[in-house]
Ligand binder design. Structure first.
Ligand SMILES: NC(=O)c1ccc[n+]([C@@H]2O[C@H](COP(=O)([O-])OP(=O)(O)OC[C@H]3O[C@@H](n4cnc5c(N)ncnc54)[C@H](O)[C@@H]3O)[C@@H](O)[C@H]2O)c1
Length: 244
């Protein structure tokens, strides 16, 4: 690890928004600790970044596994930034949702985010930053009630942590992406994808780099005295001009 380089943990870093965020934080001068529950493609992407001379390390673990998270956090010389990006998602009408759907989604998207944030915050010093990746869906949306509920929980967690950690000088903020062209979005049927894109004022999908850009703003050491905020990056859909 390069001395004096700020250290950023990015969860769900194997692909999608987490991978883009890793690349952006490397450009911004961080040492990046990539975390993902899936070995593939985390390892190949981390190895490619390292081969290109980037200061990255990678760890295969679930953010819900407190002993593994604690061991990782304690192995790092410093933690300046945590990007709490890992999450799971699926679509489904309310009548068909099971209790198990709700429990699984809550376990990763809320409890997992809480576990790694709590362990990381215990090691953080004044000036550190936590960025939770929520979703515009925390406001509302058709046919994904467990996800919407979990992302409302993620926003609640941001606001609660922002208050509790403010006196230690740790800033906690959220980005709330709209539709982003990643594997998560591609799990939807082509018809459902088109239905959602049609509701966008811009009629465009966001790209992972667009979200990484918002995350990088909150992660920057130059962003000071901002906490408990939700930056919505959704092509304007949250303005309510179109139906949810
Ligand atoms: N893609 C979108 O349209 C969209 C929209 C709004 C919000 N988001 C949010 O952005 C974030 C990233 O989404 P994405 O589209 O890149 O998703 P993605 O599915 O492509 O990537 C998520 C990554 O998280 C990892 N992960 C899942 N569970 C984990 C766990 N328990 N521990 C560690 N890693 C775990 C997965 O293996 C995967 O690599 C998520 O929080 C998601 O809810 C995405």
């Amino acid at each position: 690890m390069v001395a004096n380089r700020e250290v950023a943990i990015v969860t769900g870093a194997g692909r999608g928004i987490g991978l883009s965020t890793t690349k952006r934080l490397l450009e911004d001068g961080f040492h990046v600790v990539m975390v993902d529950v899936n070995e593939d493609p985390l390892t190949s992407n981390a190895e490619a970044l390292r081969a290109a001379g980037n200061p990255v390390e990678h760890h295969v673990l679930s953010i819900t596994d407190r002993p593994a998270v604690k061991a990782l956090v304690e192995s790092l010389p410093r933690i300046d930034v945590l990007v709490n990006n890992a999450a799971i998602f699926w679509d489904g009408k309310f009548d068909d949702v099971t209790e198990d759907d709700f429990r699984k989604m809550y376990e990763v998207n809320v409890i997992g985010a809480f576990v790694i944030a709590q362990e990381a915050a215990r090691r953080m010093e004044r000036g550190a930053r936590i960025v939770n990746v929520a979703s515009r869906a925390y406001l509302a949306g058709y046919a994904h009630s467990p996800y919407i509920t979990s992302k409302a929980g993620s926003v609640g967690l941001t606001r609660a942590m922002a208050i509790d950690l403010a006196e230690r000088g740790i800033m906690v903020n959220s980005v709330a992406p709209g539709l982003v062209e990643t594997d998560m979005f591609r799990t939807l049927t082509p018809e459902r994808q088109q239905e959602l894109i049609a509701k966008q004022p811009t009629r465009e999908l966001g790209q992972p780099e667009d979200i990484a850009n918002g995350i990088a703003f909150f992660a920057s050491p130059r962003t000071r005295n901002i906490t408990g905020q939700i930056l919505t990056l959704d092509g304007g859909r949250s303005m309510g001009l179109t139906l949810y």
